[in-house]
Design a protein around this ligand. Structure first.
Ligand code: ZN
Length: 465
């Protein structure tokens, strides 16, 4: 394949020949060979294929088939009741699944609230954090969860399950026996955005999920390369072309932090198994705990913090000294910024989803969508990293805005080195790139509007318009 009129830097046009999965040659003088496919980039910018450093592929695929239960689609109790009631009334008697719930919609709802709006079918809705499911009574019955004491992990009030289930996805999956979703539609959506690789951040990923990703890739449905983070259950899995075992993912919750020694031991064991560690930390206490445990265990290349949502200057310095990567979600400032401005103490707003402070300190800063809990679109995320404005147009931490070079590293860096240098487009490199719909000139004035015309992953066309 020959891509003509390709602009790898402002004002420069060249042609790129792709052959055998690699970039064979880059030169303005290249002419099409007989029978060669030609794509005219017409002077548009060409970037390395993007890598989403943190998402949840299975949950994202499932969410495409679920009822949205939170902002921006659903913002109040009446709208939620209507969305659930309408879908519940449709044909089909199986489970109804909702996603993206947030308290701003209807407060701390429970089974009785859901019973009032959709009593007939088993229903479960997921909190936007991914950490909480809320079931109606039909859902509880279908799981075999009865009133009175039980050995299930449901929250109980006076012995009666409230319908709320915290951090028990593995239990739930075992109980529901759900088949893992096909990934074709999710993968196509990623390809249309220029994404050629993803890091799956599911803490419970084990051998079964790894096999599922392998099957979906072998079947041609999963187009992206996947770095699979997850539990110790992945230790025995073998990496193969396009599918690799990533870091051990450890999820922290401030209200229930693990024993420090046990945490350190888990890190030591992960390193001994040849795997880095990725720690989910949202609060400052979680961050300090994570860095402390990593340093006690000895930091290994590739160890990383997911989110690092709140970081004081001292915390930034700690992360820097420890030599960790940070994988952030700048688009949360856009999607949730207005809620943050009313819920987060004023003195903490400047510490929220810091970006420039990390970069200046020398901390490699990558980004991931956290889909389905965040918007899948990397262009909107990069735009948010430049602007830091909320949906309502209010600015959060203007000093933390990134410059264009740092913005490109968010999704342009290597999967094992989030926030490191952008992968290069050079002769001999794997042909992994995307062609945008506009030139470099003016590109950063409205990154959110970028559309991708061509996505090539490992030399294969994944998307073209
Ligand atoms: Zn996540």
């Amino acid at each position: 394949m020959l891509i003509t009129g390709a602009s790898l830097s402002p004002g420069v046009r060249t042609a790129i020949r792709i052959d055998g999965g690699r970039i064979a040659c880059i030169s303005p003088g290249l002419r099409p060979l007989r029978g060669e496919d030609v794509f005219d980039a017409a002077g548009a910018a060409v970037l390395p294929g993007l890598h989403d450093h943190h998402l949840h592929l299975l949950a994202y695929a499932a969410a495409l088939d679920s009822v949205p239960c939170g902002p921006p689609q659903v913002t109040d109790a009446a709208a939620l009741a209507q969305a659930l009631g309408t879908r519940a009334a449709r044909a089909g008697g199986g489970w109804l699944r909702g996603v993206g719930y947030h308290e701003s919609v209807a407060g701390e709802i429970d089974r009785w609230w859901l019973d009032r709006v959709a009593p007939e079918r088993p229903l479960r809705i997921q909190h936007r954090s991914g950490q909480l499911w809320i079931f109606n009574s039909a859902g509880l019955r279908s799981l075999g969860v009865g009133d009175g004491a039980g050995d299930d992990p449901f929250e109980r009030h006076g012995g009666t399950p409230s319908g709320r289930l915290y951090g028990a996805d593995a239990w739930l999956r075992a109980r529901l026996g759900t088949r893992m979703p096909a990934l074709g539609e999710a993968s196509l959506r990623l390809a249309r955005l220029g994404i050629t690789g993803v890091t799956d951040a599911g803490p419970d990923n084990g051998a079964g999920e790894f096999r599922h990703f392998a099957r979906e890739r072998a079947g041609g449905r999963l187009l992206q390369d996947v770095l699979v983070m997850g539990s110790a259950g992945l230790d025995p899995a073998w990496s193969r072309p396009g599918l690799a075992v990533g870091a051990t993912k450890i999820h922290l919750r401030e209200s229930a932090l693990p024993d420090f020694g046990a945490m350190r031991e888990r890190i030591v064991q992960s390193h001994a198994a040849g795997r880095a560690v990725a720690v989910h930390c949202v609060t400052q206490a979680e961050l300090v705990f994570a860095v402390g445990a990593l340093q006690a265990a000895g930091v290994r290349r590739g160890d990383r913090l997911e989110h690092a949502s709140l970081a004081s200057p001292e915390a930034v310095a700690l992360v820097r000294e420890a030599g960790l990567h940070v994988v952030t979600q700048p688009h949360f400032l856009f999607e949730r910024g207005d809620a943050y401005l009313s819920a987060v103490p004023t003195q903490d707003i400047a510490h929220l989803y810091r970006a420039r402070s990390f970069v200046i300190a020398g901390v490699p800063l990558g980004a991931g969508s956290d889909a389905p809990y965040g918007d899948i679109d990397p262009w909107r995320a990069m735009d948010a990293a430049l602007r830091r404005t909320s949906r309502a147009g209010r600015v959060l931490g203007a000093d933390e805005a990134l410059d264009p070079a740092a913005v490109l590293r968010l999704y342009g860096s290597h999967p094992l080195h989030p926030g490191g240098p952008c992968r290069s487009l050079a002769a001999g490199a794997v042909a992994d790139l995307c062609v945008l719909d506009r030139p470099w000139e003016g590109l950063f004035e409205d990154l959110a509007a970028v559309r991708v015309r061509l996505t090539v992953g490992c030399g294969r066309v994944l998307h073209a318009v």
